[in-house]
Design a protein around this ligand. Structure first.
Ligand SMILES: [Zn+2]
Length: 405
């Protein structure tokens, strides 16, 4: 049926089902993801869109204007790869909604004055090669192609080998400034990965910003010993210090409005039930709109850890592994989207997206569709059919405004 994103999602609901984890596992250039790419090319071709694969393995389906160059083009789209055991909406919702929006625009008899493309970006999740938004990072020249060719998946196969098998020449990956310069606006529709729209009672939001986020590795060294023979007062136990780190992160993140602080990964060495640990490695993930708030939370947590380590006779070393400042989406584009969608609230997001990468290079905006569980990167992620339909209409409204003037 024309203009029906729900029907398009139903068509792919059997592809890449993960019976072990639940949900879907659609790693980039794996059989399920290649099947999804074929499905996309077929459905786009049926709509008369001209499909091409660029040097970075990005699919572009063009609604061209006869006789006109591809200049000042408008692009929408998202990704079809998933995390292991992810949902059917993170990525595919944006692709299905883009195809549905093309149908809606044609049903409305819209006559574009500039070309529109629907794009599918590979390896947004970084679940196979470890670099999130790999396709858009290559396109924008934010990652070294030589390094990318050598990235390896869990089975030890290189990006170059895997891409070759998928019909993509790894020699051709890399920045494509001419293509970027031809894009006047990029709008990505995405399922919301949080609870903002539930509380606001709206099906669709316009993105304000991707909040600042960083990762820090903390190493706490103590003294390994026997759990039975060592008196409590004689211990230098790094696990006790780590407990203080986790407690302090919760306490400091809780008192800063809208801050997020997580320890989701801890390695206790050697890791025996009857062994006092010699060391603990743990990772802090801290996010907030204001990067100074992020840094303040981290420094408070580090200070609390150092005090605890002193008392316990342990030492602490902290390294920043990554830091991404806030990405503000294009203000003019956001205002245009708000004019078109006056009921839609503006929401920030704590999750990364291809749109966040492209925002550094071209005017970029995002739409979020309500997710009644607020959960993502799990099979629990969901969107109601009426919200999916509302999202496709909202995207069509925004695109209509962008391609007709
Ligand atoms: Zn996504």
């Amino acid at each position: 049926m024309s203009g029906d994103a729900n029907a398009l999602l139903d068509e792919i609901a059997h592809i890449g089902v993960d019976r072990q984890r639940g949900g879907y596992t659609r790693l980039v250039f794996s059989p399920p993801e290649l099947e999804l790419r074929e499905w996309f090319a077929r459905r786009a071709g049926e709509r008369g869109l001209r499909v091409e694969t660029d040097g970075n393995g990005i699919l572009w389906a063009w609604w061209d204007i006869e006789g006109a160059e591809r200049r000042d083009v408008v692009v929408t789209g998202s990704h079809l790869d998933s995390v292991p055991g992810g949902g059917n909406f993170d990525g595919p919702l944006g692709v299905a909604s883009a195809l549905a929006a093309v149908d809606l625009l044609r049903d409305r008899g819209v006559r574009p004055v500039r070309p529109l493309a629907v794009a599918v970006f590979p390896e947004e999740e970084g679940s196979r090669f470890g670099v999130a938004c790999l396709g858009t990072r290559l396109l924008a020249g934010l990652v070294d192609p030589e390094r990318v060719r050598e990235l390896r998946d869990e089975s030890g196969r290189s990006f170059a080998e895997v891409a070759t098998d998928a019909g993509i020449d790894p020699a051709l990956i890399g920045p494509d400034p001419a293509r970027l310069q031809s894009i006047a606006a990029f709008v990505e529709l995405h399922v919301e990965q949080g609870r903002g729209l539930i509380d606001l009672g709206q099906p669709v939001a316009v993105a304000g910003a991707i909040i600042a986020h960083g990762r820090w590795h903390m190493r706490i060294d103590g003294r390994g010993d026997h759990a039975g023979a060592t008196r409590m007062v004689d211990r230098q136990d790094p696990v006790v210090v780590a407990a203080e780190t986790i407690r302090a992160l919760r306490a400091h993140a809780l008192v800063v409005d809208e801050a997020r602080g997580t320890v989701g990964r801890i390695k206790v060495t050697p890791g025996g039930t009857n062994v006092i640990a010699a060391s603990v490695d743990l990772w802090l993930d801290v996010r907030h709109r204001d990067e100074t708030a992020v840094r303040r939370i981290v420094s408070e947590v580090v200070a609390a850890t150092e005090r605890s380590a002193d008392a316990e006779g342990c030492t602490v070393a902290v390294t920043e592994q990554s830091f991404s400042p806030m990405v503000a989406f294009d203000a003019a584009l956001r205002e245009r989207m708000r004019e078109v969608l006056p009921a839609a609230p503006v929401l920030d997001t704590g999750a990364g997206h291809d749109a966040g990468v492209l925002a550094a290079a071209i005017p970029t905006g995002m739409l979020f569709v309500r997710n009644p569980t607020g959960a993502s990167h799990t099979p629990a992620e969901v969107a109601a059919p009426e919200d999916v339909a509302a999202g496709a209409i909202a995207l069509a409204d925004v695109l209509e405004s962008l391609i007709t003037r």
